[in-house]
Design a binder for this molecule. Structure first.
Ligand SMILES: Cc1ncc(COP(=O)(O)O)c(C=O)c1O
Length: 356
């Protein structure tokens, strides 16, 4: 079977769907999933939609030993007039292939996987919640399945897509968060895997995350791994600073993820003729801007929160309060615009959404 002919096995057992907007992130999954296999010499084959169920894997499957795996995260939104929209899903599949390239995983055919993904969401459309702020989180991922302890790329893989209805990221409005600037641990270095969405980047951040949580802070701001000066990104978000009217975000150096929200925000700012620069920015520069009253806004960007305003940065015992702990005007405007396009109440002049 080619990688474009799909088979569908319907699940006779339907699970109950969430009845309110209080849906914990990533704990409830829909009735079906998408699966496709790869075998060396055969390529990607047998795309199928099957009932959601546990996997059986050999204990020697390479994913368990050397972490050869990549993933993506995107969302389907239900509009007020009951349409279902995806936001720039082509960019997610493109990034999946970029991550795969870094992890020596064979590429997928983006177009046919997009068709299969749409087919899966169509089948599961009743699972796209309609409570305010909710959405259907889409998690494509690839794992190495060859049973072998050799330290080498696997000869077989599984691509799967699972779906999870999720609640609003912010309960009760956009609340600025407090963030710890991490001094001890490093997330990634240039030439490493920081630009890929791969498991090890996340599990290696848990220790720093736990430290921040222990101090009552919401997340970690990573600095570059060599000089511990230049700003990289926050947990699962890219970061932007508004300094004296100019918007600055760290340039893509190879160690940070090329966020799709980041890309969309840069495009919007350019369209609005607001100066935006992708460059190196040090924590000292941010501190000096704060001391001279020029640090106007700070916000993280990502699929989960869209925009997460930062109300305080803690760096080496210095607490930098930003915009009196309130959301900034620009952060709010960007949030309203992107969520408006995603949820279909602002016209999508950029052609970012795809209707299912
Ligand atoms: C490490 C990291 N940085 C940034 C982002 C934001 O990327 P996006 O806007 O594509 O969700 C994510 C989330 O995917 C992430 O995991």
């Amino acid at each position: 079977m080619s990688s474009s002919t799909i088979t569908i096995v319907k699940n006779p057992d339907k699970k109950p769907k969430p009845q309110s907007k209080d849906i914990a992130f990533g704990k409830t999954f829909t009735d079906h999933m998408f699966v496709m296999d790869y075998q060396e010499g055969k390529g990607w084959h047998e795309p199928r939609i099957v009932p959601y169920e546990p996997l059986t894997l050999d204990p020697a499957a390479m994913i368990f030993h050397y972490g050869q795996t990549v993933f993506e995260g995107m969302k389907a939104y239900r509009t007020e007039d009951d349409r279902i929209l995806l936001f720039r899903p082509d960019q997610n599949l493109k990034r999946l292939n970029k991550s795969s390239e870094r992890l020596s995983i064979p590429p997928i055919d983006e177009e046919s996987v997009m068709d299969h993904l749409i087919e899966l969401i169509r089948l599961e459309q009743e699972w796209v919640p309609d409570f305010e702020g909710t959405s259907l989180y889409i998690r494509p991922f690839i794992i190495a399945t060859e049973p072998s302890l050799a330290v080498a790329p696997s000869k077989s893989y599984k691509l799967m897509v699972i779906l999870a209805p999720v609640g609003p990221y912010f309960k009760g409005g956009l609340k600025p968060v407090q963030i710890n600037v991490e001094q001890q641990f490093t997330r990634a270095v240039k030439g490493g895997t920081g630009m890929a969405k791969t498991a090890g980047n996340y599990s290696s951040a848990y220790q720093a995350q736990a430290k921040a949580y222990g101090e009552g802070l919401a997340d970690v701001l990573w600095l570059d791994g060599i000089e511990k000066r230049y700003i990289e990104e926050v947990g699962s978000m890219n970061i932007f600073f508004k300094i004296d009217g100019e918007i600055v975000t760290p340039a893509l150096s190879g160690s940070i993820l090329k966020g799709i929200t980041r890309m969309s925000i840069i495009e919007l700012l350019k369209k609005w003729e607001i100066p935006v620069t992708e460059r190196k920015i040090s924590i000292e520069e941010v501190y000096e801007a704060h001391q001279s009253g020029k640090l106007e806004e700070v916000f993280g960007t990502g699929t989960a929160a869209v925009i997460s305003p930062v109300g305080q940065l803690n760096w080496s015992g210095q607490k930098m309060d930003i915009n009196d702990g309130e959301i900034g005007e620009l952060s709010q405007k960007l949030y309203d615009t992107i969520t408006g396009i995603q949820r279909g109440h602002i016209e999508d002049t950029e052609d970012w959404t795809i209707q299912i």
